[in-house]
Design a protein around this ligand. Structure first.
Ligand SMILES: N=C(N)NCCCC(=O)O
Ligand SMILES: [Zn+2]
Ligand SMILES: [Zn+2]
Length: 342
């Protein structure tokens, strides 16, 4: 089958939902073309979605190895125009799904190597990569690959957890430790780091001292609740400036009511609207790479977590497609709110 696709601006987009039912056919992210299909046709992609089926680094519930395909399945209803950012991301950029990296489930360091090499290869033509699935351990090789291209990157880390701990059971590479390793390796820009959505119990106050020493700012989920989305966006934009920016989204940043399908849930999290509005507020920043991790489908219900993650990816791709320097806009800033109605 060669399904009818939406083609805009010469870019090959999703399967046309008016001609082929949304629930038909194999899942790719947003029903976009596979990268290998595209390579046979128009050439390369500007933005690539890649799956990382890996959860050997988790400290509690497993299942994130199934996250990538769950996000793909949950992304079938996405439509081509994103009114919240006033952009058709798949028309503004060629976006494709590269499938999954074949990572070793038994050897964490080998897996990290495979992720680094796989993402580096996908970035070779200048594409920016958004990964889906996997546990948070994989943020380390993703940052390594991006820093090799861009130098130490600014990092906005959306997560209930700090993930700057040192070791678990003596192991250095786990889902609770990627950002400490990234600091030690000098691959993140210590002038432009912030956690967002942090909450929940810690091991001790030293966790916060260490984290501050690495250069991280913290916007807790309670801060989002009290200050509101616009104030948080202003603060993050100020911190990042025009630096190359990497965004890492651990889906457990959302309240378990919004994202039950995850491995280390913490009460008192952000709503999916708050997260999406903050991400939309990053429009115009130089977003070079992103991940959405810790989606564990066995603990999900009614695709709640999968749908939330799919929308997060969609808004991240929209920010990337608009590119650095795009005017801050969208309903959050008032001007484009007439996109709906009026
Ligand atoms: N990265 C995630 N999701 N969780 C880290 C939790 C580490 C712990 O068990 O304390
Ligand atoms: Zn995490
Ligand atoms: Zn987390």
């Amino acid at each position: 089958m060669n399904p009818e696709r939406v083609i805009e601006n010469g870019n090959v987009g999703p399967v046309n939902a008016a001609l082929v039912p949304r629930y038909a056919g194999p899942a790719t992210f947003a029903r976009l073309p596979r990268l290998d299909e595209l390579l046979g046709g128009t050439g390369s992609a500007d933005i690539v979605v890649a799956g990382v089926p890996f959860d050997t680094g988790v400290s509690y519930r497993p299942g994130a190895r199934f996250g990538a395909n769950h996000v793909r399945e949950s992304s079938r209803l996405l439509r081509p125009f994103n009114p919240a950012q006033d952009v058709s991301p798949f028309a503004a950029a060629q976006v494709a799904d590269a499938g999954d990296l074949a990572v070793n489930p038994f050897d964490i360091e080998a897996a990290l190597q495979t992720v680094d090499e796989g993402i580096t290869a996908l970035m070779a033509d200048g594409a920016r990569v958004v990964t889906i699935g996997g546990d948070h351990t994989i943020a380390l090789p993703l940052l390594r690959a991006n820093a090799r291209r861009h130098g130490p990157v600014a990092l906005l880390h959306f997560d209930a957890h700090l993930d700057t701990w040192d070791t678990y059971f003596g192991a250095a590479y786990t889902h609770g430790t990627p950002f400490r390793r990234a600091f030690e390796e000098g691959i993140i820009d210590t002038d432009a780091l912030c956690h967002v959505g942090t909450r929940g119990p810690l091991y001790g106050t030293a966790d916060l001292d260490d984290d501050a020493r690495f250069g991280f700012g913290i916007v807790t989920s309670a801060d989002v609740f009290r200050l509101g989305v616009d104030a948080v966006v202003a603060l993050l934009r100020e911190r990042v400036g025009d630096r190359p920016l990497y965004v890492s989204v651990d889906i457990d940043v959302l309240d378990p009511a919004h994202a039950p399908g995850t491995g280390t849930p913490e009460a008192g999290g952000m709503t999916s609207l708050e997260l999406l509005e903050i991400l939309r507020g990053l429009r115009g920043l130089n977003l070079v790479g992103a991940d959405v991790v810790e989606v564990s489908p066995p603990y999900d219900h009614a695709e709640l977590t999968g749908v939330a993650a799919a929308h997060v990816v969609y808004d991240l791709i929209s920010v990337m497609a608009l590119g650095a320097g795009a005017a801050p806009g969208g309903p959050a800033y008032g001007e484009a709110s007439t996109t709906y109605g009026n």
